[in-house]
Ligand binder design. Structure first.
Ligand SMILES: [Mg+2]
Ligand SMILES: [Zn+2]
Length: 182
């Protein structure tokens, strides 16, 4: 059995711009920085796995079938750019549901790791919210917070910050070098 390392990626505000309750796949656009970042991470031999909260389903804004259509289109666009997404995990619940999977829970990351033989200690979570960082921490992976604000530098030592996915990928590249030399 081979053991892999992975990057767990938030979707909205991380891979694609955050359009609240996105339900139309035609609105999906992938910034160049995301393409470059994902390509670099893939080159570093990380599996790419999306972990996303989609409470729009519980709220009745869109159906699970709409979400699948959106994800199929997103994966299709990424594939056209040579990027392979290993899997997509989502929480369809409302924040008040008290479910076990909604980030900041680490449940979906751990579930993904179990399914795909992922070594968590060599893996990272990248997201644009504190809840993403917390989810990473809860699952036992290091996290990179995407933020355009200067406040994002006030994190503890296990967390890293970047302004876009390409910067985050470059940081992970540097960290991987340090880890493999130690
Ligand atoms: Mg987000
Ligand atoms: Zn859930």
């Amino acid at each position: 059995m081979s053991i892999h390392k992975a990057i767990f990626l938030d979707r909205d505000g991380t891979i694609i711009p955050d359009i609240p309750y996105l339900s139309d796949e035609k609105l999906i656009s992938i910034p160049h920085s995301s393409i470059l970042g994902l390509k670099l991470l893939q080159h570093l031999e990380f599996k790419l796995i999306i972990v996303t909260n989609q409470s729009g389903i519980a709220r009745g804004y869109f159906k699970e079938s709409d979400l699948h259509r959106i994800h199929n289109h997103l994966l299709f666009l990424l594939k056209n750019d040579g990027i392979e997404i290993t899997d997509v995990f989502y929480c369809p619940h409302h924040p008040d549901d008290g479910c076990m999977c909604r980030k900041p829970s680490g449940y979906l990351i751990q579930k993904a790791a179990f399914k795909h033989d992922i070594h968590l200690s060599q893996s990272y979570m990248i997201g644009d919210k504190e809840t993403d960082v917390e989810a990473g921490r809860n699952a036992g992976v290091k996290s990179v917070l995407l933020s355009n604000s200067e406040e994002s530098t006030s994190h503890n030592i296990h967390e890293y910050s970047a302004t876009n996915l390409f910067e985050a990928a470059q940081q992970i590249q540097e960290l991987s070098k340090i880890l493999s030399n130690s």
